[in-house]
Design a protein around this ligand. Sequence first.
Ligand code: ADP
Ligand code: 5GP
Length: 190
Amino acid sequence: MGKLIIISAPSGTGKSTIISRIIDDERLKLAFSVSATTRSPRDGEVNGVNYYFMTVDEFEQRVKNDEFAEYQQVYEGRYYGTLKCEIERIMDSGRNVVLDIDVLGGINVKKIYGDRALALYILPPSMQALRERLEHRGTDSSEEIEKRVAKAEFELGYVDAYDKRVVNDVLDVAVEQVRDIVTDFVLPCE
Ligand code: ADP
Ligand code: 5GP
């Protein structure tokens, strides 16, 4: 039976970067859970690969149809959610599901799946580093960056609700720590 690896962190901490470095490790049999969102695609983002991009109307209709395992309005007017069919699709393919989701969504998925899920929290080394990473990434307006930094203070209050924590200071070190934690979880006998 497939397992779930929930990876949460304040936006800009580096969770997408870390996930991209471990997702193709064939021993771990991972697959990325593509979320639905109502935000616009960033340059280079592809529908069905990074997200299922949809209108607010479509998203709300799917909420009514009970199609989401969890969803959150992560930022005002901006919905993000995990479709039940996405988790089922990955489980049916015999792989373990990696979810890059916000802190509250992660706690909800952990509640649903219990011991089948590992909840991993990635921390930035400091708020200053977080801001610099968001600025350096260059994908969000300064207004959007302010929203994300403000939200980070709130999100850091939930770190103790997670099973494991890793600080993403030096990227290579964080990647190896995450790889070790995920390996222990999905391949406990190795
Ligand atoms: P998230 O998915 O958590 O929003 P990203 O993976 O997009 O964050 O990373 C945000 C930015 O920080 C990217 O430009 C990424 O290259 C950079 N980054 C990630 N990890 C580190 C690190 N350890 N040190 C410096 N920059 C980093
Ligand atoms: P971004 O806009 O930077 O891609 O994502 C913003 C935030 O939404 C991140 O914290 C990301 O983890 C979160 N997120 C992405 N997909 C989901 C999802 O399906 N559910 C929830 N609850 N949060 C999500």
